[in-house]
Each structure stands twice: as structure tokens, then as C-alpha cells.
Design a protein around this ligand. Structure first.
Ligand SMILES: Cc1ncc(COP(=O)(O)O)c(C=O)c1O
Length: 365
């Protein structure tokens, strides 16, 4: 049996008719104004889904993070605290603006940012914290919010993996400025690149809206001058999928539970954070012989992924920063051991146990 890691065609087939109808509607829109109104309708729909007051649709998750950081008032040379265990875009959003990413370690079981490591990194230059809800698992927000309040720091949530995930019964993106990627590989996915920003603060919303206004008016000094809004075609795809987002997450949680029920005892997997509802964009396991296991699964017809290869504090780009000289042992070990197993919502319920059997066969061979 061949099990592909992902199958966009099969996933999109589920929404095909609605996507085609939406695209037909977009093609018939008559003006720039009508395009803007169409995108605004999607923003309102996502705001309703996420119980957030304001949503701004943009062209990528990286753009969302950059705009959110700017709206938080960070200036060149300011410091931003984030986990080293994340996709590089989280850090690039900081350093692209001349700011300094200060990396911290994660918790061994949940793989989320370790709040106990934040305060030791705070200096006069620290302006923001980026909790990354990695793989769809919301961070320990109660503690992070307390630290941010006590030290007057902004919170910019990286929700790229965490559409529909919850902490304390509240959807991610409501604990600070929320930044979502809607890239093809994400839980709420367009066909290509796009992203979303959520906020409950009117001032933040207005600031970001002004940044997105590309105009010749010299009074609009906040303007990015680079178009970074979402296009109507991506909104057409996302609008077709949004009504099914909770169903998608339910399917992914069922698949994750089936993995958890059948996984061999000596294989670790990412644990759900306390008070959190994991959305399982990814199901990741940790094992010392990761590359050998991966090869074994490949020969059995099971495709897996290793999406992240180097802890960010050890990459060429960041390793010389004086702020990032200390080892981050849990992050470093995690990068060595980590393997992404398939968890597409079009997979049948039985596939996780089949994959776990293949892992068990490798172990006993
Ligand atoms: C954790 C995380 N943050 C940010 C991003 C950036 O999103 P985008 O690719 O839409 O710019 C990604 C994309 O994979 C991501 O995984």
C-alpha cells in the first residue's frame, strides 16, 4: 500500500464545486472596489469563525508576522523573543526589519515555547514575544500573557499551523495579534500563498490597514509601498473551505488519536498542551534512529517528511548573534529525532494503525 504524505488534489476535490463557483463569481467582479469588497466578506467570515473583532487578509503568513510586529511598535535593533524550534519565517519576520531574534528552548513533551525560559532573556531592548503554536498545539498562554503584561511586551502569535486550535476554550489569534499562514500546506489552505491577521484592538487594526494602503499620498507615511494584501482568487478558495474547517480539525484529531492509541510505547510524540485543543496540522514523532526509520517506512510505501533541519539559533544566518550563543538542548535533540507522519484529512481512519504497525515491524526487525 502506498501512503502519500499529502494529496492536495484529493483534499481540494472535496470543495471543488464550491471553489469553482466562487472563482466564477470573482471572474465576474467588475472593479477593484468589488474585489476589495469580496475580500472584506471573507475577512468578516473568518472574524466570525475565530471570534475575533478584526481580520486583515494578506498575501502570506510571513507578511502577517511582519505587519503585526510593525504594528506592535518595534524598531530596528529591538529584541523579540521566540522559540528556535519553528519554521525560519518566524525569525525572518523579525530580522527582515533590522530587529534581533532572541531564541529560547521548548518544552520536551509539547514542543511549544517554554515560558520558564522567557524572563532570563528580557532586556531593556525586548519589545515582543512570539509564541508559535507549533504543529497546531497552542502554547501555554496563561503564563506567557502574565510575563508579557509584567514586562510591557507585545504578543504576536504565530498561528500558521493553528487555525481553529484553542487554548482555554478560546481560539488562537485572540491572545495577541494573530498571524496565520494559509499556504497550500496549512489547515485552512488556499492554492498558493496567503495569510490572515486577527486582532481585537481597533488601533492595531487601523494601523495595519494604513500600512497596507499603497498610495502616492505623502501623508500616509506608514504605507508599506509594497502590495501585500490577499488577492480575490485566494479568498475564493478559502471562502469555500472555511465552513468545513471544524470538520477538518475533527478528522485530524480522530487520526491523531488513532496514532496515539496504536503507537509503539518507546516512540515519543508531541503531547497536547494543558488547556489546549490541538488542531494537528502535523502529527510528529520523536525517535533516535529517525533516518533509518524513515528509510524503512519509505520502502514500505509510507511517505514521511523532515520539514525542519537546523535549529534556528544554529543556522548560518543567526549563529553569530551574541544573543544566541548558548545551546538550547531540547530544541537541538528534537531536530535530530523528529519525523512528520502523514495526517491528511482525506486519509482513512485505519491508516495510522497501519503506519504504527510498520514502525513496530522496524523496531522488532
Ligand atoms: C510556523 C510558521 N510560521 C510562519 C510561516 C510563514 O508562512 P508563509 O509561508 O505563508 O509566509 C510558516 C510557513 O510554513 C510556518 O510554518
Amino acid at each position: 500500500m502506498i501512503i502519500n504524505f499529502e494529496d492536495y488534489e484529493k483534499e481540494n476535490a472535496f470543495f471543488k464545486e464550491q471553489i469553482e463557483n466562487n472563482i466564477k463569481e470573482v471572474i465576474q467582479l467588475k472593479s477593484e472596489y468589488e474585489h476589495e469588497k469580496y475580500i472584506e466578506s471573507f475577512e468578516k467570515e473568518f472574524a466570525g469563525y475565530n471570534s475575533s473583532k478584526y481580520v486583515i487578509a494578506v498575501n502570506s503568513g510571513t507578511t502577517a508576522l511582519e505587519l503585526a510586529l510593525k504594528a506592535s511598535g518595534i524598531k530596528p535593533n529591538d529584541e523579540v523573543i521566540l522559540p528556535s524550534y519553528t519554521y525560519i519565517s518566524t525569525a525572518l519576520a523579525v530580522s527582515n526589519q533590522g530587529c534581533i531574534p532572541v531564541f529560547i528552548d521548548i518544552k520536551e513533551d509539547t514542543l511549544t515555547m517554554d515560558p520558564d525560559r522567557i524572563e532570563e532573556k528580557i532586556t531593556k531592548k525586548t519589545k515582543a514575544i512570539i509564541p508559535v503554536h507549533i504543529h497546531g498545539n497552542p502554547c501555554e498562554m496563561d503564563t506567557i500573557i502574565k510575563i508579557a503584561r509584567n514586562n510591557k511586551l507585545a504578543i504576536v502569535e504565530d498561528c500558521s499551523h493553528a487555525h481553529g486550535a484553542e487554548y482555554n476554550n478560546t481560539k488562537t489569534g485572540n491572545f495577541g495579534i494573530g498571524c496565520f499562514s494559509c499556504h497550500s500546506s496549512k489547515i485552512l489552505s488556499g492554492i498558493g500563498n496567503s495569510g490572515l491577521i486577527t486582532t481585537n484592538d481597533n488601533k492595531t487594526y487601523e494601523l495595519i490597514k494604513n500600512m497596507l494602503t499603497v498610495t502616492n499620498d505623502p501623508a500616509l507615511t506608514l504605507s508599506q509601498r509594497t502590495p501585500c494584501t490577499m488577492d480575490a482568487m485566494q479568498a475564493a478558495v478559502l471562502r469555500a473551505k472555511l465552513p468545513y474547517l471544524d470538520k477538518i480539525i475533527k478528522r485530524k484529531r480522530t487520526l491523531a488519536n488513532n496514532y496515539i492509541k496504536t503507537i509503539p510505547n518507546d516512540i515519543k510524540y508531541q503531547k497536547e498542551e494543558n488547556k489546549s485543543k490541538h488542531a494537528y496540522r502535523d502529527f510528529v514523532i520523536l525517535t533516535e534512529n529517525r533516518d533509518n526509520l524513515r528509510q524503512h517506512l519509505k520502502t514500505t510505501g509510507i511517505e514521511t517528511k523532515v520539514r525542519y533541519t537546523t535549529p534556528l539559533h544554529l543556522t548560518q544566518y543567526y549563529k553569530n548573534s551574541p544573543k544566541n550563543k548558548k545551546p538550547l538542548p531540547i530544541t537541538e535533540k528534537t531536530f535530530n529525532d523528529l519525523l512528520w507522519l502523514p495526517i491528511s484529512y482525506v486519509m482513512t481512519d485505519k491508516k495510522p494503525s497501519f503506519i504504527c504497525d510498520a514502525i513496530r515491524n522496524y523496531k522488532s526487525a
